[in-house]
Design a protein around this ligand. Structure first.
Ligand code: SAM
Length: 291
């Protein structure tokens, strides 16, 4: 349960999942504060990280460092699939992951399944560099629960990405074994999925459980990390799974040149970063095992 607050010109993120630790951002201007059917929503302009989206007291993204996360969670799975055409993004109402998915010309359709219309609305209003792509004709928006959505779509997607908040409230089921099995069923036989893999500084037991569950469902599972300063602990995890026994999840298929990286406006992900991100610090590897 979050105990985050606005106090004396600062936003302070606190949660019992990381007791005694807090990220604070200085507030320049509150842009939106309200409650949707599903969660508390706060959008503010910070003095150093641009516009910030906060759900239930937890920072979801900031304009300044969102690219680190959106690029990794999208390009890690897309760049190990030979021909991604149909992609499902669960959560992700800020549009950042969809923006990255659209950078692949082979992608004909991206379905965004976000439970909360209000997140889409505030993102389109206050975070246009992320959410303006949601108007793209290749994007289909489905407002609803991702858990129910995957159950109804069998063998349909080349890539599924869960851009989920922490496992609280409506997002809890997005971290359960039954959901991983349903995602496998919604993928084509050579499909790849990538999940928000939580923060190793605070969530190692959960990460271990997620990996154990997925190893019992998918023949190929791997875990990568990347730096995002406004996520707790600064280090974000990504869990990658494939139904294809021969999949090489740590090996990017497209070796983008510097010119291609520039044209795709990539600032964090590169083929070299892809490979490097699977080299885990020893203290993480000790807990999650060899992935
Ligand atoms: N990148 C962020 C992070 O790592 O914390 C998460 C981004 S945020 C846009 C995730 C979105 O998932 C929220 O907008 C939330 O409404 C949505 N969400 C939560 N539970 C969901 C569910 N069961 N089905 C679909 N979307 C869900």
């Amino acid at each position: 349960m979050s105990d985050s607050r606005l106090d004396n010109g600062w936003f302070r993120e606190e949660d019992q999942s990381w007791p005694g630790y807090s990220i604070s951002l200085k507030v320049e201007k509150i842009l939106f504060q309200g409650k949707s059917e599903f969660q508390d929503i706060l959008v503010f302009h910070s003095t150093t990280f641009g516009v910030v989206l906060v759900l239930n007291g937890i920072i979801q993204c900031t304009e300044r460092d969102e690219f680190t996360y959106q690029e990794m969670i999208a390009h890690l799975p897309l760049n190990v699939h030979p021909n991604p055409q149909k992609v499902l993004v669960i959560g992700g109402g800020d549009g950042g992951v969809v923006r990255e998915v659209l950078k692949y010309e082979s992608v004909q359709n991206v379905v965004l399944c976000e439970i909360d219309q209000k997140v889409i609305d505030v993102s389109q209003k206050f975070l246009p560099t992320m959410a303006s792509c949601l108007d793209n004709p290749r994007v289909t928006i489905h407002v609803g629960d991702g858990i129910a959505y995957v159950k109804d779509h069998l063998s349909e997607f080349d890539v599924i990405i869960t851009d989920a908040p922490d496992p609280i409230g409506v997002a809890e089921g997005l971290y359960e074994k039954a959901f991983y099995q349903d995602m496998k069923n919604a993928l084509k036989p050579d499909g790849v999925m990538c999940c928000q893999g939580e923060t190793p500084w605070f969530d190692l037991p959960l990460i271990k459980r997620m990996l154990t569950d997925c190893r019992s469902i998918f023949p190929c599972v791997a875990y990568a990390v990347g730096n995002t300063p406004t996520y707790t602990g600064g280090l974000m995890g990504y869990m990658l799974c494939s139904s294809d026994l021969k999949a090489k999840l740590k090996q990017p298929l497209r070796n983008f040149t510097d010119e291609q990286l520039r044209r795709m406006n990539l600032r964090y992900y590169s083929p070299e970063m892809h490979v490097a991100s699977f080299t885990l610090p020893l203290h993480i590897r000790e807990t999650v095992g060899d992935v």
